[in-house]
Design a protein around this ligand. Structure first.
Ligand SMILES: NC(=O)c1ccc[n+]([C@@H]2O[C@H](COP(=O)([O-])OP(=O)(O)OC[C@H]3O[C@@H](n4cnc5c(N)ncnc54)[C@H](OP(=O)(O)O)[C@@H]3O)[C@@H](O)[C@H]2O)c1
Length: 249
């Protein structure tokens, strides 16, 4: 099994579809047992779980809104009971509610901060102590190029993704001596439901600005995650790997 990850337990938040699904599938390909999480997409989750189980690894799925402290805590408690903790945590669940700043409502601001920042707080806070006890762990936060550059119409989203990078560096410092690495992957434009809504003309403009001339595929983001999770990345912590076709360098 490639990457030396066979038998590790990995939680991927927001893994019903899109990038999270690709990450869960790629970690399963490395022999990890997978814990999926989703909010609404039960049908997609059941399908993904079946695809993962075909890879001869175990897969469990939990419905929980990561932004809600009680739901996140319940999920963490269940995971501790069933698995005793996780070896790899991928904070992937995320949403966008785009609008230019003056048109952005406080609700849009709060909703995005709730999922994209409070979510990782809730889940990571609950699981890190058990990783530290074991003396080995990987935390990988799915940030965004928007967190590195800012983006028109995405004040809320960019703030959360920049915040995740700051959280990554802080936790990397706090947990380096406990055998835990903490890194971020910052995707550029990637073909998922999140980018489906971009009007075709705008999508063309964006593609023209990407040196590689195309959007990324979820599996290309997942490849960076499996690398960071692997023993081969043992001396990498507090870093942000951009997977963006060269759009930001
Ligand atoms: N696509 C891009 O171009 C791009 C670029 C940079 C960064 N990213 C980041 O990559 C991550 C995945 O994005 P994506 O494009 O794959 O998005 P997506 O296709 O919209 O999928 C989002 C996933 O997050 C889950 N989710 C949303 N809110 C949740 C909540 N409150 N609690 C638990 N799960 C929740 C969804 O679950 P349900 O299916 O149950 O709703 C779904 O599995 C996000 O953090 C996003 O910000 C994406």
């Amino acid at each position: 099994m490639k990457n030396g990850l066979k038998g590790k337990v990995a939680l991927v938040t927001g893994s019903s579809r899109g990038i999270g699904k690709a990450i869960a599938m790629a970690l399963a390909d490395c022999g990890c047992d997978i814990i999926m999480n989703y909010q609404h997409s039960k049908e997609a989750t059941v399908k993904t779980k079946a695809e993962i189980e075909k890879k001869k690894v175990k897969c469990t799925a939990y419905q929980a809104d990561v932004s809600k402290t009680d739901e996140a805590n319940d999920m963490v408690a269940e995971i501790l009971k069933s698995h005793g903790g996780v070896d790899i945590l991928v904070n992937n669940a995320g949403i966008n509610r785009d609008r230019s700043f003056l048109k952005m409502t406080r609700e849009m601001w709060d909703e995005v901060l709730g999922v994209n920042l409070n979510g990782p707080f809730n889940i990571t806070h609950g699981l890190l102590p058990h990783m530290a006890e074991k003396g080995w762990g990987r935390v990988i936060n799915i940030s965004s190029m928007g967190g590195q550059t800012g983006n028109f119409g995405q004040a809320n989203y960019s703030v959360t993704k920049g915040g995740l990078i700051a959280l990554t560096m802080t936790l990397a410092r706090e947990f380096a001596r406990k055998g835990i690495t903490v890194n971020a992957v910052a995707p550029g434009y990637t073909s998922t439901d999140m980018t489906q809504g971009i009007p075709e003309a705008v999508s063309k403009q964006i593609t023209n600005m990407i040196p590689m001339g195309r959007m990324g595929e979820p599996s290309e983001i997942a490849n960076a995650v499996t690398f960071l999770a692997s023993p081969g990345a043992s001396y990498i912590t507090g870093q942000v790997i951009g997977v963006n076709g060269g759009m930001y360098m």
